[in-house]
Ligand binder design. Structure first.
Ligand SMILES: Nc1ncnc2c1ncn2[C@@H]1O[C@H](COP(=O)(O)OP(=O)(O)OP(=O)(O)O)[C@@H](O)[C@H]1O
Ligand SMILES: Cc1ncsc1CCO
Ligand SMILES: [Mg+2]
Length: 282
C-alpha cells in the first residue's frame, strides 16, 4: 500500500515521529493481514492486529489461497504447530504473495527443534520472505541450518548473541531479520538497529512473539519500501504497549489484557516519549 520513497538515513531522533506516523497509517488504512499460524497464537495474534487497527484473517486452507491471498496487504506465516498437511498451503500463500508484490513475514518457531521443522523453515526462506522474526535460538538455528539443543519454542539465547547469525541470515536470504528479546535486534545484513522497549513479563504470555511478527506484517504492509524501519517500529510499539500494560497488570494474565488495551489506546505524546530505537553503528 502507498509505497513511499526510500529513506536512506534514519536519524535516531526521527524514530519516535516515524513510529506515530506508521501507527497512524495502520489505523487509517487497516491493512488486511492473512495469518497462517499455530493454534496457540490465533486469538492473541488476531486481537493484536485488531487493536493496532489492522484487519486479521486466519485463513489457512490450500483451496482458498488462489482466491484470497492476492487480495491481502501482507501475509504472516508461522510454523509453531506445523504439520505436513499445512506446509503446502504456506508455500502456496508465500508464492501468491510474492507474485502479487505483497510483503510476507516468516516466524520460524522452534526452527531447531526437529529436522522436519528446520527443513520446512529453510524451504520457506527460499520463497523470499520480506522479514524473518524469531527469538535468539530460532534465528541461530535457521542461520546455521542446524538442529540442535533447544528449549522448544522458548529461547535459550539472548537476542544480542544472535546478532552475527541474524546478519548472515539476512545476507543469505535477502530478508530483513529481527531477533526478539530484551533488545529487539533488526538487520538487513549490513545495518543493525535495536529496539529497547518491552518488559520481561511478555515472555510469560504465550504467543507474544508470534503476535509481534503479525504486527510487523501490518507495519510492512503500509511502508513496504522501508521494511527495516517498519520492522523495528512495530517491535518498539509492541514493547511500549507492554510497558504501559505492565503498569496496570498484576501478572501475565492481566498483562495480556492490558497489552491489548494499551496498543489500542496509544496516543501520540505517549508513544513519542517512549519509543527507543538505537543504531548498533554499522
Ligand atoms: N527480557 C525482555 N525484556 C523486554 N522485552 C522482552 C524481553 N524478552 C522478550 N521481550 C519481548 O517479548 C516479546 C516476545 O518476544 P520473545 O523473544 O519472547 O518471542 P518468542 O520466543 O518468539 O515468543 P512466542 O514463541 O511465545 O511467541 C517481544 O515483543 C520482545 O521484545
Ligand atoms: C507454546 C507453543 N507451542 C507451539 S507454538 C506455541 C506458541 C508460542 O510460540
Ligand atoms: Mg516464537
Amino acid at each position: 500500500m502507498e509505497p513511499k520513497p526510500k529513506d536512506e538515513s534514519q536519524p535516531s531522533d526521527q524514530w519516535p515521529h516515524k513510529a506515530w506516523s506508521l501507527l497512524s497509517a495502520v489505523r487509517r488504512h487497516s491493512p488486511l493481514i492473512q495469518c497462517i499460524t499455530n493454534f496457540v497464537s490465533m486469538d492473541l495474534m488476531a486481537n493484536t492486529l485488531l487493536s493496532a487497527g489492522a484487519s486479521p484473517a486466519m485463513l489457512h486452507t490450500l483451496e482458498e489461497i488462489p482466491d484470497f491471498t492476492p487480495q491481502v496487504h501482507a501475509l504472516c506465516l508461522n510454523v509453531g504447530t506445523l504439520s505436513a498437511d499445512w506446509l503446502p498451503a504456506m508455500k502456496a500463500a508465500a508464492e501468491f504473495a510474492s507474485k502479487s508484490g505483497k510483503p510476507w513475514v516468516l516466524d520460524p518457531v522452534a526452527a531447531g527443534a526437529s529436522v522436519f521443522r528446520l527443513r520446512a523453515c529453510l524451504e520457506l526462506v527460499q520463497l523470499k520472505p520480506t522479514v524473518i522474526r524469531g527469538n535468539g535460538s530460532e534465528i541461530m538455528a535457521l542461520s546455521k541450518a542446524s538442529v540442535g539443543p533447544t528449549k522448544g519454542v522458548d529461547s535459550s539465547h539472548e537476542s544480542t548473541d544472535a546478532m552475527e547469525a541474524a546478519k548472515a541470515l539476512a545476507q543469505a536470504s535477502g530478508a530483513i531479520v529481527a531477533v526478539s528479546g530484551a533488545i529487539d535486534v533488526v538487520t538487513d545484513g549490513k545495518r543493525v538497529v535495536g529496539a529497547h522497549n518491552g518488559v520481561a513479563m511478555l515472555q510469560k504470555i504465550t504467543a507474544t512473539g508470534c503476535s509481534v511478527t503479525a504486527l510487523i506484517a501490518a507495519f510492512v504492509a503500509v511502508d513496504q519500501s522501508n521494511a527495516l524501519e517498519a520492522t523495528a517500529l512495530a517491535l518498539s510499539i509492541f514493547g511500549v504497549a507492554g510497558e504501559l500494560g505492565m503498569s496496570l497488570a498484576r501478572g501475565p494474565a492481566s498483562l495480556r489484557m492490558h497489552l491489548i488495551d494499551s496498543l489500542y489506546g496509544l496516543d501520540e505524546a505517549t508513544l513519542i516519549s517512549r519509543v527507543k530505537i538505537t543504531s548498533f553503528g554499522d
